[in-house]
Structures are given as structure tokens and as C-alpha cells.
Design a protein around this ligand. Structure first.
Ligand SMILES: CC(C)(COP(=O)(O)OP(=O)(O)OC[C@H]1O[C@@H](n2cnc3c(N)ncnc32)[C@H](O)[C@@H]1OP(=O)(O)O)[C@@H](O)C(=O)NCCC(=O)NCCS
Length: 386
């Protein structure tokens, strides 16, 4: 009997966490981590936030270019026309348990949409873009309906007058947002739309590379984003800010966390080794919101946190990340912590779809290897002899 023949694979370098492994070329986004800059298809994020809309950014990511006026109008109309959900899905959502994890519900909802799509497997690029618009649009409604039903509230039907992002805020809170709140939501959706290849986009690609369908890939992305190492940090950052309570407590809090080798939420990033540009944008809107509401409490605590953390970690490239400010902003807009990560997911559906469509242009099945470190070959022992 021959022993297991362990080939050269046993000695190759293992890229744990796929660190520094490049799996595809992309035109979708570029992160300049050293200088704290982010670009979608070459456009600086700051310019998109100022001049564009989430709908236009969706078009940009799905088509790889900005739309002409009529193209933007018809794409916006398409997204609007897809806001409602199949009534059978609404009926199921009305029965989900109180306190259910809304990421699970979102995953389920997207899978339900797949079940209803009869042409699932036979789509070309153009049809897939339409499917992507449908998933992007309906994801926000799934989250909003699931949230309200699970809180024992009446659902709020989508409004055709509002932008995609403002409509999300309306469907969750039941209040028609003013222009500043609408703008902030739009900015939040743009800033969460795409970010190169984090775990969730990679998960979507792995699924798509088998030539499965767009729904499955995006549903997989939601599953990956659900984990606390990916989505979820802004919820923790908000909890931290609320527990600190006032700027005078910041100094003591930071020193105590650092002394016990803990992490300050909302600081540090695997790629950004300078100020996260998305955090800088959110910070500006937190300032506007604080001024409008006459409530500076969140702003003062976060500013003090920045000052103390930067001072205490002076030698390290630890700067505020998007989550330090987004949680505070969402809280001030009246959003429950339960919808923070689902909001991120609903906004990121476009990034996942765009990466999948880009990958399918030159698809290759993703099939890495693992180094075998188990026992040498041995004989099976029947259960009664063990
Ligand atoms: C995001 C994160 C996981 C990135 O980590 P990373 O790039 O792997 O950085 P490392 O874990 O290698 O940390 C490098 C050093 O900075 C320190 N550090 C990193 N983030 C820190 C934080 N938020 N608070 C305190 N110290 C921090 C580490 O302790 C480590 O110190 P050491 O070299 O003395 O051991 C990390 O910064 C973190 O946990 N942040 C808090 C959670 C958060 O805000 N997540 C949202 C990210 S968008």
C-alpha cells in the first residue's frame, strides 16, 4: 500500500487571509491608502459626493462611465419602478420575528427575488445590469420593511418623489426627510457603494466565478458583510460614543482602553494609513447636522476622541475611519443601530454587482489550493473495532 504522495504544494507559501493576493484588474475603484484618497472609475470621491447622486454613481459603476442626461433619467426611472416588493415577499417579511438580524432577512429577501426570476441563468450583460438595478432598488425596501415589521410598526410604502437614499430614510423612519437629511443619506449611500475588494466583494466573486447568478453572488456578499470584522464597526463606534457620554470623559476612556491593549472603535484601517477620506466627508456632514439640530454632543466627543487618540498613538498610522462618524450621523438622522449594517449592504449591492459583471468579462473559476498537513495514509477501522 502506498503512502499519501504529498507534492510540492506542501511547501508553498500560504497567503493567509489572501493578504497581498491580487485576483483581478478593476476600473471600479482605486484606494490610495498612503494619501487617504478614494476614486470611483477615476473620479475623486469628494467630487462625486458634491456633484453626483447615488443613482448616477450606480450607473457609473455598472457601465464604467457617467451617463448622458437621458440615460440618467431612464436609469433613475428604472430604479424607482423597482422599489416595491412582490406581495408574497411582503407577506413573509410581515411575519419575521422581532429582533431578527436584518442581514439575514436581506439575504433571504434577495434569494426570494432569485426564486421569482424565471430567466435567472440565461442573462447577457445588458439584462444583468437591469437585474442589478432591481436588486439595488429592492434591497433598501427589504431592509426598511423588515425593520418596521420586526419593530411592530406599519410599513411605509416607497415614495416616488424621493431619491433612492432619501426614500430609504423615509421608509425606515416614516418621516419625509428635509433637504440636509436627504443629502446626507445620498452621501452615505455613495460612500458605501464601492471599496475595491474587501471580503464581501471577494465572496461575491467566488460565487460568480462558478457562473452562478447575480442574486446568489450578492446574497453571498451580504453574508460576508454580516460578520463583525467587516460590517458592524459603526454600531460599535456609536455605542462607544454613547457610553463616553461627554468630552470630559474621553481622555480617561482612551487611556484605559489603550492600557488594557484594547482597540478604539472607528480608528485604524487595513488599507488607509492616513485619514480615511470617507471619514473626513462624514465629519463635515456631522458638523452641518449638529449645527442644524443645535446639538453638538456627538461632534464634540468625536473631535476630542480624534485629538486624544492621535496624541496617544502618535507613532502609529492610526487615523479615524468612516465608522467613527457614520454611526453618529445615522443616529442623529433617527436610524436604529439595527439598520446600520443593512444600510451598508443595501448601498454596497451596486459594488458587488459591478465587480461580478467586470469579472464575468473574462471569467475564471476561483479555485485556490490548501496545503495538506493531515496524517499519512491509514486504514479504515470499522466502528465496532475502534
Ligand atoms: C481596522 C483594523 C482591524 C485594522 O487593523 P490592521 O491594519 O490589521 O492593524 P494592526 O492590527 O496590524 O494594528 C497595527 C497597530 O496599531 C494598533 N491599532 C490599530 N487599530 C487600533 C485602534 N483602533 N485602537 C488602538 N490601537 C490600534 C494595533 O494595536 C497595533 O499596535 P502594535 O503594532 O503595537 O501591536 C484595526 O485598526 C481595528 O481593529 N480598528 C478598530 C475597529 C474599526 O474601527 N473597524 C472599522 C474598520 S473600517
Amino acid at each position: 500500500m502506498q503512502d499519501i504522495d504529498i507534492d510540492d504544494l506542501a511547501y508553498v507559501h500560504i497567503s493567509k487571509g489572501l493578504d497581498d493576493v491580487v485576483v483581478k484588474e478593476t476600473v471600479l475603484s482605486y484606494i490610495d491608502g498612503e494619501n487617504g484618497r478614494l476614486f470611483y472609475v477615476g473620479y475623486p470621491i469628494e467630487e462625486l459626493v458634491e456633484h453626483s447622486t447615488y443613482e448616477e454613481v450606480c450607473f457609473l459603476l455598472l457601465h464604467g462611465r457617467l451617463p448622458k442626461k437621458d440615460e440618467l433619467e431612464s436609469f433613475t426611472d428604472l430604479m424607482k419602478s423597482e422599489r416595491e416588493l412582490p406581495k408574497e415577499l411582503v407577506a413573509i417579511l410581515s411575519k419575521i420575528p422581532r429582533n431578527s438580524n436584518l442581514m439575514d432577512v436581506l439575504k433571504f429577501g434577495i434569494d426570494y427575488l432569485a426564486i421569482c426570476d424565471e430567466e435567472l441563468q440565461s442573462k447577457g450583460r445588458v439584462d444583468n445590469i437591469v437585474t442589478a438595478a432591481k436588486i439595488i432598488s429592492k434591497s433598501s425596501t427589504i431592509v426598511a420593511y423588515a425593520f418596521r415589521y420586526s419593530e411592530g410598526l406599519e410599513i411605509v410604502r416607497p415614495s416616488q418623489e424621493l431619491s433612492h437614499a432619501a426614500n430609504f430614510l423615509y421608509m425606515v423612519t416614516g418621516v419625509k426627510p428635509d433637504s440636509l437629511s436627504s443629502k446626507i443619506m445620498d452621501v452615505a449611500f455613495i460612500l458605501h457603494a464601492e471599496h475595491e475588494l474587501p471580503a464581501s466583494s471577494m465572496a461575491a466573486l467566488v460565487i460568480a466565478s462558478t457562473l452562478s447568478d447575480l442574486y446568489s453572488a450578492i446574497s453571498g456578499g451580504v453574508g460576508a458583510l454580516k460578520g463583525p470584522l467587516h460590517g458592524g464597526a459603526n454600531e460599535k463606534a456609536l455605542e462607544m460614543i454613547l457610553s463616553i457620554g461627554s468630552p470630559e470623559n474621553v481622555e480617561g476612556y482612551v487611556k484605559q482602553v489603550l492600557a488594557s491593549k484594547g482597540r478604539i472603535m472607528g480608528f485604524g484601517h487595513r488599507v488607509y494609513k492616513s485619514y480615511d477620506p470617507r471619514a473626513a466627508i462624514f465629519r463635515r456632514y456631522l458638523e452641518s447636522l449638529s449645527q442644524q439640530r443645535g446639538d453638538r454632543s456627538f461632534l464634540d466627543i468625536t473631535k476630542k476622541l480624534e485629538e486624544v487618540v492621535r496624541r496617544e498613538l502618535a507613532g502609529k498610522p492610526i487615523f479615524p475611519n468612516i465608522d467613527l462618524y457614520s454611526g453618529a450621523v445615522f443616529h442623529m438622522l433617527g436610524l436604529s443601530k439595527r439598520v446600520f449594517t443593512p444600510l451598508f449592504a443595501a448601498a454596497r449591492t451596486v459594488g458587488w454587482a459591478a465587480h461580478v459583471l467586470e469579472y464575468w468579462r473574462d471569467n475564471r473559476l476561483i479555485r485556490p489550493r490548501a496545503t495538506y498537513v493531515g496524517p499519512p495514509m491509514r486504514r479504515y477501522i470499522p466502528v465496532h473495532q475502534r
